[in-house]
Design a binder for this molecule. Structure first.
Ligand SMILES: Nc1nc2c(ncn2[C@@H]2O[C@H](COP(=O)(O)OP(=O)(O)O)[C@@H](O)[C@H]2O)c(=O)[nH]1
Ligand SMILES: [Mg+2]
Length: 312
């Protein structure tokens, strides 16, 4: 299968090759790892921006406008939209298509939607791999759009250089954002739908919480940017805040450190996936099935069954 994807064509930015390559790794075809290994030396140049937040916050609208902004600076933009809440590939993507319509016909923009089939973990791996393909194909900016539910926003922080958390005035105050774990992952916040009432108060409450965090003159201070994505208002501010963050990462040495941490986590994930696949052979799966009734009736415990499976 790999021989049907011409690596040289892919590296030159050929769209058909990119689309095929992403499908190839997404379907976990045999040879996907060798293929990704061949691409790997050509990756690492693209800047990766994660855009996360609750459903309906305006992430797709904003992603579309941000892509347009970067296009106006002659940068090539890859967009990877991940919607783990969508059980099928139809509905959600149609809506995103409409909101992405301004850049869809642009040769310098490549949009790929990835739906979760099964585990979120597997999806985050494939999302990174798709980003690597776009990176190798010469895209300068990669925008990940993910719905901030459950684990997914944490996954995106592990794949992006800059993570942007999009909230709306209705999202609640800073305390709620803190509870949802968004404070830890946000390099900065976007208060979208600022045309709606309550935007200023919502911004203030997040700024207040951010101000309480320990910091000194060298550390990064996350800020809040106000936008009305549907009108294209504030998009420049998102871009300039991203640049400011990028400069901070480079200056402080955090850029390399962050990427090193992400790589480490990535390798750990590859290894644990492999162990899991190897471990659950037919024999062990059958044994587990056989032991279940004994565990249910309390004649055995989950712990000794696990122990026995490990020794098998
Ligand atoms: N009033 C208002 N509506 C917006 C704004 N940005 C996006 N929307 C609308 O909010 C809805 C959800 O937007 P979408 O980009 O699909 O949100 P996503 O689910 O976060 O990707 C759409 O109807 C948008 O047109 C904004 O700044 N103000
Ligand atoms: Mg969306």
């Amino acid at each position: 299968m790999t021989n049907t994807i011409d690596i040289q064509k892919l590296l030159s930015g050929d769209r058909r090759s990119i689309a095929r390559a992403i499908s190839f790794v997404e379907n976990e075809n045999a040879g996907a790892e060798q293929f990704l290994s061949a691409l790997y030396p050509h990756t690492g140049k693209a800047y990766r921006i994660g855009i996360t937040g609750p459903p309906g916050a305006g992430k797709s609208t904003l992603t579309n406008k941000l892509a347009k902004h970067y296009r106006s600076q002659s940068m090539k933009v890859g967009i990877i939209a991940v919607d783990p809440t969508s059980p099928f590939t139809g509905g959600a993507l149609l809506g995103d298509r409409v909101r992405m319509s301004e850049v869809e016909m642009d040769e310098g923009v490549f949009i790929r939607s990835m739906a979760s089939r099964g585990s979120l973990g597997g999806l985050s791996k494939k999302t990174r791999e798709a980003a690597d393909i776009l990176d190798a194909a010469g895209f300068n900016i990669i925008l990940f759009e993910t719905v901030g539910v459950g684990q997914s926003e944490l996954d995106i922080a592990g794949a992006a250089d800059t993570t942007v958390v999009v909230l709306v005035p209705e999202s609640g105050d800073g305390i709620q954002a803190m509870k949802a774990g968004l404070m830890e992952i946000a390099d900065f916040f976007v208060m979208n739908k600022s045309d709606r009432p309550g935007a200023d108060q919502a911004v203030m409450s997040i700024k207040m919480i951010l101000g309480f965090r320990a910091h000194d003159e060298h550390s990064w201070m996350a800020d809040v940017v106000k936008t009305t994505a549907s009108e294209g208002i504030g998009i420049d501010s998102i871009a300039s805040e991203t640049t400011r963050h990028r400069e901070y990462l480079t200056r402080s040495g955090e850029f390399e450190k962050r990427r090193a941490r992400q790589l480490k986590a990535r390798i750990e994930e590859i290894i644990s996936d492999k162990f899991t696949v190897t471990f659950w052979n037919t024999e062990r799966k059958q044994k587990l099935e056989l032991e279940l009734s004994g565990i249910l009736t309390r004649s055995r415990t989950p712990y000794d069954v696990a122990e026995e499976l490990l020794k098998k």
